[in-house]
Design a protein around this ligand. Structure first.
Ligand SMILES: *[C@@H]1O[C@H](CO)[C@@H](O)[C@H](O)[C@H]1NC(C)=O
Ligand SMILES: *[C@@H]1O[C@H](CO)[C@@H](O)[C@H](O)[C@H]1NC(C)=O
Ligand SMILES: *[C@@H]1O[C@H](CO)[C@@H](O)[C@H](O)[C@H]1NC(C)=O
Ligand SMILES: *[C@@H]1O[C@H](CO)[C@@H](O)[C@H](O)[C@H]1NC(C)=O
Length: 506
């Protein structure tokens, strides 16, 4: 039966106890598709209420999801049908139900769905022929089973540990009203309650300027640019014990689970046919950071030739998207890991070539390999003293010069981005890259303003390596490849490489 029919018959067959609720919901059944989806959702919720009133079970490891969720159980439909109508709202794979709900909630979606172990967020499902099935049921491959949840806006439980929600102290504005999006006054008001109330209202920030008062606001209302620096300086050393700022001219600001609207991201849906643009670099050259900058500034996912589960779990959902489909802004590629049967220059007629001082990128990549497959960790010091390090540099040096020589000397259309320039002025570099890619999102300026507040993302290595792992022999070799590439780039009339060479110790 069609979904609408299925709904009506379900509406009709539900018990009288549920009827009142169901009638309210069923009123929508014949209306437009959007309501239709919601009504379906509503019904199933009441239907299941007796068995599992509250999903999901709390699992501390998976993080806390404090908002009301309705579990609508599972529906099955033919695998070749696209219940999302290509509206790739957001998808992630192999994450827990909790994480999926949180992802969808943060991005203001009403529905979360688990399909083939992937998490989808959407506001709308299209009416196709479905059957209501048990989630445990194993169906022939011909069918997909989709487990559907509705995310309510009621977040009842308090955050367990509000220090995890703090973003620090900000200067207190003279006129509090100007930054207030919602104000609540109650003698029962606590910080935790305020965070929850603001969350319910879909606000990103919560402030308790004095006892009993709760103010919900957003980053742009704080109107401090960049606020991060200010807050870092002014956090009281004992902030986490007292939650009070250093002086009365400051106020503590808390983050709700709701993300900035700038946090929303999606895949390209062939709406502007982009030529596939490679984002090409030696590993450890800031590729992930560039992807972060591009994603925040456009709201579009960047892709990758690889499937890096670690990056995926950190929100780079373009990981694993087929590089052949133009659903992402750029496609990350390390010529280093090139398959023999892949011709790079055919694959990427146009590319952004990211260049970083090899001294830095070798350390960065070595850290990544030796700190337990994390993009921000640091390798143990003794690893830098071992043969492993020397062999690694020797190998990387050859790849680096070989690959970059190829990449700069080819005729393909390319944009060279120096890591040094990115560090100095990321916004200008982002503008250049977007121009090269040919994308100009309508909300670009607003997004760049958001980006300015967190230029680093979560992708900077936390610690620095304390020793200089390069002895004079390594330095000689590395200085040589830098000079070589500089000459080659000069011959190609490309930009001049900075003075990356390091002096020998004697
Ligand atoms: C599916 O999407 C297309 C375009 O994206 C739209 O024209 C069409 O109406 C949608 N179909 C349904 C049933 O929502
Ligand atoms: C709360 O979180 C902070 C920061 O993550 C941590 O230092 C503190 O120990 C936590 N407190 C409790 C009671 O879990
Ligand atoms: C990069 O270097 C690797 C290893 O030498 C090689 O297999 C690959 O073809 C090179 N790619 C380019 C684009 O130069
Ligand atoms: C490079 O491009 C120019 C013009 O676009 C063309 O004339 C030239 O033959 C090309 N060179 C190579 C090596 O492909």
């Amino acid at each position: 039966m069609r979904l609408s029919k299925a709904l009506r018959s379900l509406c009709a067959s539900l018990s009288t106890v549920l009827l009142v609720v169901v009638l309210l919901m069923c009123k929508d059944c014949s209306n437009n598709q959007q309501l239709f989806t919601r009504s379906k959702v509503g019904m199933r919720a009441s239907h299941q209420a007796q068995h599992e009133p509250h999903m999901p079970q709390k699992n501390k490891k998976e993080g806390e999801f404090r908002c009301q969720v309705r579990d609508f159980g599972c529906i099955s439909f033919q695998r070749d049908k696209d219940i999302f109508n290509k509206s790739k709202a957001l998808l992630a794979k192999k994450i827990s139900t909790q994480e999926c709900l949180l992802l969808c909630f943060k991005r203001h979606y009403k529905l979360a769905a688990i399909l083939d172990e992937k998490c989808y967020c959407t506001n709308l499902l299209i009416p196709i022929k479905v059957d209501i099935v048990s989630c445990e049921e194993t169906l022939p491959y011909k069918y997909s089973v989709l487990h559907l949840f509705e995310i309510g806006s009621t977040c009842t439980e308090k955050p367990k540990n509000i220090s995890e929600s703090t973003i620090g102290c900000f200067p207190r504005p003279t006129n509090m009203k100007e930054m207030t999006l919602k104000k609540m006054v109650s003698f029962k008001m606590t910080r935790a309650l305020c965070i929850v109330e603001c969350e319910k209202g879909k606000f990103t920030l919560a402030i308790v300027p004095r006892h009993g008062v709760c103010i919900c606001t957003s980053f742009d209302k704080l109107s401090i640019d960049p606020p991060k620096q200010i807050m870092m300086q002014s956090v009281h050393p004992r902030f986490l014990e007292t939650y009070s700022c250093r002086s009365s001219t400051e106020m503590a600001v808390w983050r709700t689970l709701v993300e900035d609207s700038c946090g929303s991201k999606r895949f390209l849906n062939q709406e502007f046919p982009l030529n596939k643009v490679g984002l090409v670099s030696h590993p450890g050259s800031g590729n992930t950071w560039v992807r972060y900058l591009l994603e925040v500034s456009t709201g579009l996912y960047t892709g990758s030739w690889y499937i890096d589960e670690d990056l995926f779990s950190k929100g780079f959902f373009g990981e694993g998207e087929s590089a052949m489909e133009a659903t992402t802004l750029t496609v990350k590629f390390h010529p280093y890991f090139q398959r023999k049967d892949v011709d790079f220059f055919t694959l990427f007629p146009r590319y952004i070539l990211l260049l970083r001082n090899p001294y830095e990128s070798f350390v960065a990549e070595f850290n990544r390999w030796n700190s337990g497959d994390d993009h921000t960790g640091v390798a143990p010091v003794q690893d830098f003293l071992s043969q492993k390090w020397f062999r690694y540099v020797e190998y990387s040096r050859k790849i680096w010069i070989g690959n970059y020589t190829n990449l700069v000397e080819r005729n393909n259309s390319k944009l060279i981005v120096l890591f040094d320039d990115l560090q100095l002025d990321p916004i200008t570099e982002v503008r250049k890259m977007l121009k090269f890619i040919g994308v100009q999102p309508p909300d670009l300026e607003n997004r760049l303003a958001c980006l300015k507040r967190n230029l680093a993302g979560n992708f900077k290595r936390k610690k620095k390596v304390s020793l200089d792992p390069f002895d004079d022999n390594l330095k000689k070799d590395i200085n040589k490849i830098i000079q070589l590439l500089r000459r080659r780039m000069k011959r190609m009339k490309l930009c001049r490489l900075p003075d990356w060479e390091r002096p020998l110790s004697n």
